[in-house]
Design a protein around this ligand. Sequence first.
Ligand SMILES: NC(=O)C1=CN([C@@H]2O[C@H](COP(=O)(O)OP(=O)(O)OC[C@H]3O[C@@H](n4cnc5c(N)ncnc54)[C@H](OP(=O)(O)O)[C@@H]3O)[C@@H](O)[C@H]2O)C=CC1
Ligand SMILES: O=C([O-])CC(=O)C(=O)O
Length: 440
Amino acid sequence: MDLSSSLATPQALRGGSLTGPLAAHAARRRSVQLLLRPRRPTARCSVDAAKQQVQGPPAAVTAEAEAEAAPGKECFGVFCTTYDLKADEKTRSWKKLVNVAVSGAAGMISNHLLFKLASGEVFGQDQPIALKLLGSERSLQALEGVAMELEDSLYPLLREVSIGIDPYVVFEDADWALLIGAKPRGPGVERAALLDINGQIFAEQGKALNAVASRNVKVIVVGNPCNTNALICLKNAPNLQAKNFHALTRLDENRAKCQLALKAGVFYDKVSNMTIWGNHSTTQVPDFLNAKIDGKPVKEVIKDTKWLEEDFTVTVQKRGGVLIQKWGRSSAASTAVSIVDAMRSLVTPTPEGDWFSTGVYTTGNPYGIAEDIVFSMPCRSKGDGDYELVKDVVMDDFLWGRIKKSEVELIAEKRCVAHLTGEGNAFCDLPGDTMLPGEM
Ligand SMILES: NC(=O)C1=CN([C@@H]2O[C@H](COP(=O)(O)OP(=O)(O)OC[C@H]3O[C@@H](n4cnc5c(N)ncnc54)[C@H](OP(=O)(O)O)[C@@H]3O)[C@@H](O)[C@H]2O)C=CC1
Ligand SMILES: O=C([O-])CC(=O)C(=O)O
């Protein structure tokens, strides 16, 4: 079928005059064309980076022909030139390239995160990395700017950068997918409307991951409301393991550790076993019952129960909102740090006796939390990318009561997005106090 005539009209792509596979193909063609704009002619040493073997001498390949042949392998600028890592003494012992896809790649959080990833902070100094950046037509030019800054940073481990606007192209063979892009909640936007708008994004991206990502891809959803977006994403990716989908609550864990350290007058590294239970929202539950300071239960070190139950909990729940008031925008640098922490916790063995928090699929959980939602819970990892839930935590009525409130909120959010999870008609009756951490 010759699609070229309909491809020429951008409004045909945006306005929906093409439908189904035709529209999808046309959109992909357009994304490829957009991808080609920034490339400069380059003598190309053609290396299959995944196998890290030289495949042949430089060949003159037209960008268009190359895009047709391998639409998922688009590169940016200097990253179009790759080398045989096994031929170089310094890089011979490096691991196989890891593919990390990032959505919202031109946004504030990504602007910090991408440089941390490229520096080796997450995977170590022997792990070459390919960054696959997902934007939109709105952000494509900014994405080119991001790629240029990555070029100019001369990171030894950063071997490939590609940019695109089609998740089916960008997520191809992704080992990690960091889903950050989402519409921010503006004035007058109802929570239910936000759930629907962002839910559509995560439904589409779930389908794309299901179709083209590595079968073992680890997905971290950051875009809010991240727990329910993660649920939507995993429901749209039935061929991937639900266990591999996470909602980012590590920022909340870090905020809670900071507050406990401040109150106890110790440095942050003395605080361990910090669980955030529940939703990344103002119903989240920072667990001071199981957390430790210098190896001792928090309640033995901080005797002020009123502070723990009221001030500490509310401070952590609303930290994002206070920060927005100061900065005029939501946490970006500390969120990027917490994404790095979350990834590192999955690729590094958890220290003996400790754990970390992440929002994961509840089915089969040992705590009695409702099944089939994404809920933040305490986890440990052997460092293989996988994790297990920690079983030996204690509960009291205060902790359980708060956990139930966050559970009720997530079940209500799930009802609101039933149309996106394949579970029938949506019915939205969100509790009145449902808010993102950034909302006051
Ligand atoms: N879980 C957590 O702990 C935290 C989560 N967050 C959340 O992370 C997300 C990203 O934050 P941040 O990077 O600061 O945000 P930015 O506004 O800087 O970037 C977000 C990106 O989302 C993309 N996007 C996708 N769909 C839309 C849309 N419909 N309207 C507007 N933009 C859209 C845009 O990129 P493009 O045009 O390329 O699509 C934009 O660049 C937000 O949802 C925020 O609430 C923030 C802090 C903590
Ligand atoms: O509400 C927001 O957009 C910001 C957010 O998640 C946080 O700071 O925890």
